[in-house]
Design a protein around this ligand. Structure first.
Ligand SMILES: Nc1nc2c(ncn2[C@@H]2O[C@H](COP(=O)(O)OP(=O)(O)OP(=O)(O)O)[C@@H](O)[C@H]2O)c(=O)[nH]1
Ligand SMILES: [Mg+2]
Length: 347
């Protein structure tokens, strides 16, 4: 049984439409990995045989040190409620990736405070919190050091939601060439990497259906998955509505003037109108063929519970909106399954 070096799928020459297909068993990469590497061509819906439950079960079979990887930009959608329980109380090291997507002006001390508060909120205990950026090149030495400290004869397994940067991190730690891509669902099976005295495992990312990326067509993902972000600031003087492409509409009622800052993919258009015109604005944007839309049914949230400012309106898989004073009410129209929440501001 030979596995693809890029995604971990078992190589096979029988069926082009099933994972692991290669025209020749001499090759070390499946056709899909070859195409991602050379043509940046990926079909997201390429289904792994592994599901979330299988991954957790596999991990729980052995006593491993778990590195739980989160994308700092999409923090809340990368955390699982009851994580310690799911992992049978294993030691967990939390690595926050893509530090470079957050502003440099935000210090690591402040970020650490934010992460600790969120973990506390979710009731999750971890042994260490580390940050990496620039594809793992920043922070990888610290990760290796912490692995050595906590490993204690055990193997090390890298886990987390799809697309958080697990394989990228491993490529930095172990100088491997595992396939990475901009889209979720790249790694398809366990990949074992021999390290000095232990094995490091890459895993297929867990897939969440409350994440916007799950409902966006392959061709549109590039515009949706957060990458280099330029914050967009809007001054608000009256109740307003913001429609982000044809994906979501954020309705904001205010007591007095304020400003909000959108942190979403730069390629998405943000249309604004007075709240009174929210409906016609939405109709116009979703009827425009060129806008990005999500599959499924759109539904408005109830008024979200406002907390002490500054706070973020988080839309899983899409980004967040930083809000300051004077906000009276917030509602979000989005695919009914996509999680929207309010949290203490990250920035
Ligand atoms: N800006 C930035 N992007 C990163 C960083 N690390 C990873 N990425 C990007 O995140 C995307 C996903 O990376 P992968 O390593 O394929 O993610 P994964 O967690 O292995 O994904 P699955 O295999 O689908 O579970 C790629 O486009 C990476 O280039 C980082 O430190 N900074
Ligand atoms: Mg991967």
């Amino acid at each position: 049984m030979k596995k693809c070096n890029g995604c971990g799928a078992i190589l096979q020459t029988d069926n082009k439409d099933i994972i692991g297909f290669t025209p020749s068993m001499e090759k070390d990469l499946c056709q899909r990995c070859f195409r991602i590497k050379h043509y940046d061509d990926l079909v997201k819906s390429y289904k792994s045989d592994f599901d979330n439950f299988d991954i957790l079960e596999t991990v729980n079979k052995e006593d491993n040190l778990v590195i739980w990887v989160v994308d700092l930009f999409d923090f809340d959608s990368n955390i699982i409620n009851g994580l310690n329980r799911h992992l049978l109380n294993k030691d967990i090291i939390l690595v926050g990736t893509k530090r470079d997507l957050l502003p440099d002006t935000m210090g690591n001390g402040k970020l650490l405070e934010f992460v600790r508060a969120r973990l506390n909120f979710y009731g999750i205990q971890v042994a260490e919190i580390l940050f990496t950026g620039h594809h793992g090149h920043d922070g990888k030495d610290q990760v290796l050091k912490v692995i050595d400290h906590y490993r204690d004869e055990r193997d090390v397994i890298i886990m987390g939601q799809a697309n958080v940067g697990k394989s990228t991190l491993i490529n930095a730690l172990a100088e491997t060439d595992i396939t990475i891509s901009r889209y979720p669902g790249t790694t398809l099976d366990l990949i074992s990497i021999p390290m000095d005295g232990y094995t490091l495992f890459d895993t297929p990312g867990l897939i969440r259906v409350d994440n916007m990326q799950y409902y966006v067509a392959n061709d549109d993902l590039d515009k949706v998955v957060p990458k280099k972000i330029k914050p967009k600031v809007f001054q608000i003087t009256k109740d307003s509505s913001f429609t982000i492409d044809g994906l979501v509409q954020v309705q904001i009622e205010v007591y007095d003037k304020t400003s909000v800052i959108f942190y979403v993919n730069d390629q998405l258009d943000i249309h604004r109108s007075a709240l009174d015109n929210a409906e016609s604005q939405w109709e116009r944007v979703v009827n425009d063929e060129t806008t990005v839309k999500s599959a499924g049914v759109n539904k408005m949230t109830k008024d979200l519970p406002i907390i002490r400012d500054p706070f973020d309106i988080v839309i899983n898989g899409l980004g967040f909106i930083n809000c300051k004073r004077n906000i009276k009410a917030v509602r979000v129209l989005r695919n009914e399954n996509v999680e929207v929440l309010i949290r203490e501001a990250i920035i």
